[in-house]
Design a protein around this ligand. Structure first.
Ligand SMILES: [Zn+2]
Length: 290
C-alpha cells in the first residue's frame, strides 16, 4: 500500500497559523512508528492536469505570489508546495486503481480551493484534480469529503460533471458557510456542533448508500481529522474508535479508495486517529484476501 509523502511538505510555515507542519509530521511519524505503508516520493503535478480543475489565472496568481487572503498566506515558493501536494493526490489515485488502497499525506490541503479562487488554507484542489484525472482515464468517480468543513472548492469544481458525484459530511454552522443543501451531483450532509460518533455514522451510512447506488469505479476520500473531539477549530465530537468504524464502512463498498489528507489541527491526537481510520479501511481488505 503506497503512501505519497515528501519531507518537502514540512518546509513552509506561517508563524501562528494552525495549518502547520507539525500536524502532518504527527501523522507521518505515527504511521512510520507502526511500520505501515510504503512511503513514496511524489512528483509535482503537471500544469495541464492542474488546468483540469483550475483557471489559468489562478495558477498564474499562485505562481507569481501576488494575492492576499487572510487565511491563506502568500508564502515564498507556495506554488511548488501546492503543485507537489496536487501531484501526490493524482499519484495516489493512480496507485489505488492498481493496488486498491492508497494515501496522499501532503500539505497544503486543497478542498476549499475553487476553479478560480484560493482560500481556507488551500491553493490548489488536490482532490478535484485527482478526480478529474480519474475521469480522463475513463473512470466513474465518487468523492467523499470527510473533513469537518464543507469542501466548497471541490463541490464547485465537480458540480454538474458527468460520471462524478461529490458527497460531504461537515459541521454547520462553520467555515465556509456552504454545504447546507444537496443539488445536481452534490450530496451534502450538514451536522450540528456536538455531533457524536453514532449520529455521524448514521449520516455516513446514508452517504455510502448513495455511493453504492452510483457504483463508482474509484472513490476519493478527503480525510480531515478536524472532526475529532479535540480539534480546536470545530465542535464535532468523534473519538478514535469512530475513525475505525468509518474506515470499516468504507471498506465494505469493496472499491478502490484513495485518501487525501485535508484538515486536522490537533497534532497530539491526529496520528492515532489517522491510524484508526487506516486500520478500519485496510483490515477488511486483508480479510478478503485471506
Ligand atoms: Zn477542515
Amino acid at each position: 500500500m503506497k503512501i505519497f509523502y515528501s519531507d518537502e511538505f514540512l518546509k513552509y510555515r506561517e508563524a501562528g497559523h494552525p495549518e502547520a507542519p507539525e500536524r502532518l509530521r504527527a501523522v507521518v511519524e505515527y504511521l512510520k512508528r507502526k511500520g505501515i505503508g510504503q512511503f513514496e516520493e511524489p512528483e509535482s503535478c503537471a500544469e495541464d492536469l492542474i488546468l483540469l480543475g483550475h483557471s489559468p489565472d489562478l495558477i498564474a496568481m499562485v505562481k507569481s505570489e501576488q494575492f492576499f487572503d487572510p487565511d491563506t498566506p502568500c508564502l515564498p515558493n507556495i506554488y511548488h508546495f501546492a503543485a507537489l501536494a496536487c501531484g501526490a493526490g493524482v499519484q495516489a489515485m493512480e496507485a489505488a486503481l492498481a493496488d486498491g488502497v492508497s494515501f496522499s499525506l501532503a500539505r497544503p490541503p486543497g478542498h476549499h480551493a475553487g476553479r478560480k479562487t484560493l482560500g481556507g488554507f488551500c491553493y490548489l484542489n488536490n482532490m478535484a484534480v485527482a478526480a478529474l484525472q480519474a475521469r480522463q482515464l475513463g473512470k466513474k468517480v465518487a468523492v467523499l469529503d470527510l473533513d469537518g468543513h464543507h469542501g466548497n472548492g471541490t463541490e464547485e469544481i465537480l458540480r454538474g460533471k458527468e460520471g462524478l458525484i461529490y458527497l460531504s459530511l461537515h459541521q454547520v454552522p462553520a467555515y465556509p458557510g456552504t454545504g447546507l443543501y444537496s443539488f445536481e451531483n452534490c450530496y451534502n450532509f450538514p451536522l450540528p456542533p456536538g455531533t457524536t460518533g453514532d449520529k455521524y455514522l448514521t449520516a455516513l451510512k446514508k452517504a455510502l448508500e448513495v455511493i453504492d447506488k452510483f457504483s463508482p469505479e474509484i472513490i476519493g476520500v478527503s480525510l480531515g481529522l478536524d472532526t475529532h473531539e479535540q480539534d480546536p477549530l470545530l465542535a464535532l465530537c468523534l473519538k478514535d474508535p469512530d475513525y475505525k468504524k468509518i474506515g470499516l464502512n468504507l471498506a465494505q463498498l469493496n472499491k478502490p479508495v484513495f485518501v487525501i489528507f485535508e484538515g486536522g489541527y490537533h497534532p497530539q491526537t491526529i496520528g492515532h486517529a489517522f491510524y484508526c481510520f487506516w486500520k478500519g479501511l485496510t483490515e477488511k481488505k486483508v480479510e478478503k484476501h485471506d
